[in-house]
Design a protein around this ligand. Structure first.
Ligand SMILES: [Mg+2]
Length: 228
């Protein structure tokens, strides 16, 4: 049974949609709720899909419509499909190699802790051809709080592991919210400076390790497999 779990955030950590994701979100909100949103006002970094939707609906006096979140995420998936065909997703350097390496390691469980709703997380990963690496996670439609999503990911990893304990757990992300989520479940917080925060800021936010990027596969593999 695997003894190590590594959970990854998606946006800013594995890939960048170059603003296409945020633009599509705005289109879907207009189509589904008839609300015109200034997407520049929305801070996606470290946020969750459910949290962003709640913020928009509250701001426009339609918080009751939050009950339509699942249907909205379905509309958003169509908008994503259009967006990511027009503007292909950029996968960061080293990510494919690292995920392949961890996936091949029988001692390692690979999961997600992402603010994306589950269907949207897998949609982005599918467009980037990375979806097959991840069999569980905590998602942005499980909870609006990333710490709770991390708790769920941990729970699901233990279930996959048939209740056998994990001796080392790592959560990799690009924002202070990822670091807080890691600490909330006792995982090692690995900051990666490919999103909106540099390594210094991630260390200041409490990251146990801050990497400039995931581009150097070998030291990253050593970190995750040798309990660095
Ligand atoms: Mg992120």
């Amino acid at each position: 049974m695997p003894e190590v779990a590594v959970w990854f955030d998606i946006d800013g950590t594995l890939l960048d949609t170059g603003g296409a994701g945020s633009h599509a979100y705005g289109i879907a909100v207009r189509r589904h709720f008839g609300i015109e949103v200034d997407m520049n006002r929305i801070h996606f970094s470290g946020a969750t899909d459910l949290g962003v939707l709640e913020d928009i609906l509250t701001h426009h006096g339609q918080v009751d419509s939050l009950s339509q979140a699942d249907a909205f995420f379905e509309s958003l998936e169509s908008a994503y499909n259009e967006a990511f065909i027009a503007t292909p997703i950029t996968v960061f350097a080293g990510v494919r190699e690292l995920l392949r390496g961890l996936d091949d390691d029988a001692n390692c469980l690979l999961g997600l802790v992402t603010g994306n709703a589950k269907r949207l997380a897998y949609n982005k990963l599918r467009h980037a051809q990375l979806d097959h690496h991840f069999d569980h996670g905590g998602f942005g439609d499980d909870h609006a709080d990333r710490k709770e999503m991390a708790r769920l990911a941990h729970e699901r990893a233990l279930a996959l592991n048939k209740g056998n304990a994990l001796s080392k757990t790592y959560l990799v992300g690009d924002t202070p919210r990822d670091i807080d989520a890691a600490h909330a479940i006792g995982a090692m917080a690995i900051g990666v400076a490919t999103g909106g925060y540099d390594a210094e800021a991630l260390l200041a936010a409490g990251a146990d390790v801050a990497l400039e990027s995931l581009s150097d596969t070998e030291p990253c593999m050593t970190l995750f497999t040798n309990g660095g």
